[in-house]
Design a protein. Structure first.
Length: 291
């Protein structure tokens, strides 16, 4: 902020500080129950795309707009992660690792990308960009959202009534949904059973989407061959969690994509300037939808 918007009096939070008089707050892992002390808030800017953690605090003021993070570096990072992991699962890299571990030159085949279907759950800012990149790489791409969508070369499905059809051919399933009461626990046994046998699952959204025991069971039965998880119900993932030692389960430490401070400061300072000029804010969370 000092570099990008020096006109803004930016103050890092110090426990015990008087919070009255602060018009704008930037928050990610905000101290629960802190909000009533900010009596003069005009807007809250979430430092990430997902606002589930902030919305879980009942003291978050209702009448103050909550703006989620949308910035090009965050989108770009997620596109990179989804492409990287989709290619990893498409090429079944674990088979190569197994051959290399016993110094074996083992023939290894894989379908052309146009014979591989990847399903993206969530066609918002991140899901749409990720789907477009997968299309560019030649994959058959399908997507699922709440409302109907039309995206070039992406077979679009929407709503609970089209979920089964969406899942039926998704050999690699990518979750980029927001965590809401409707989507909590959506990656469960019933959903895994509707995927083609041997599918892969990539969860880069929130740990709360996944029923962890159901994934373990689906992997043990062979219904799910492999998975990449970036997010977990408990973070950091406890050292004794069975996921650490589950074969073909790949773990990243909630860093699929990270907000870029420079780009975010630019974006937020522009939003504040617009808001002060009487214009509306972009990317305001719809509290009734939860995202
Ligand atoms: P977004 O723009 O709000 O898009 C959300 C998408 O999910 C929309 O397409 C929405 O459908 C769909 N959706 C919501 N509820 C649904 C439901 N009940 N059934 C079907 N579809 C539903 O969000 P985003 O910016 O793409 O971010 C998505 C999530 O990614 C964030 O909430 C966050 O949790 C996660 N994330 C993770 C990382 C990481 O590093 N792991 C980084 C950034 C974000 P409509 O289009 O019809 O509204
Ligand atoms: C990260 O998890 C985000 O929501 O931006």
């Amino acid at each position: 902020f000092a570099e990008i918007a020096p006109e803004i009096d930016f103050r890092p939070h110090v426990p015990g500080a008087d919070l009255a008089g602060i018009p704008y707050c930037l928050a990610w892992k905000a101290t629960r129950g802190i909000w009533p002390a900010m009596t003069d808030l005009k807007a809250i800017f979430c430092l990430g795309a997902g606002v589930d953690r902030l919305l879980a605090d009942p003291t978050l003021p209702q009448g103050v707009p909550l703006v989620r993070m949308v910035e090009p570096a965050l989108t770009r990072g997620m596109v990179e992660y989804v492409l990287w992991q989709s290619l990893f699962h498409h090429r079944k890299v674990w088979e190569l690792e197994a051959a290399q571990s016993c110094a074996t030159w083992r023939p290894h085949t894989y379908p052309a990308p146009w014979d591989r279907t990847i399903g993206v759950m969530g066609l918002g800012e991140l899901g749409t960009a990720a789907a477009a990149k997968l299309v560019e790489f030649g994959f058959k791409v399908r997507g699922w959202s709440r409302s109907p969508k039309s995206i070039e070369k992406v077979e679009c499905f929407h709503g609970p009534e089209q979920l089964t059809a969406f899942l039926a051919k998704s050999e690699i399933l990518v979750c980029l949904l927001p965590l809401t009461p409707e989507t909590r626990g959506i990656l469960n046994a019933a959903l895994f059973a509707q995927l083609p046998r041997g599918a892969s699952v990539i969860n880069a959204a929130r740990g709360g989407h996944l029923v962890e025991a159901d994934l373990s069971a689906a992997m043990a039965s062979g219904q799910i061959t492999a998975a990449t998880l970036d997010v977990f119900e408990t973070e950091p993932l406890p050292a004794d969690h069975t996921f650490w030692s589950t074969e073909r389960l790949y773990i990243t430490p909630h860093n699929a994509s990270i907000t870029d401070p420079r780009s975010a400061a630019w974006r937020i300072s522009r939003q504040i300037a617009k808001f002060e000029a009487g214009e509306g804010l972009d990317d305001v969370v719809d509290r009734t939808r939860g995202y």
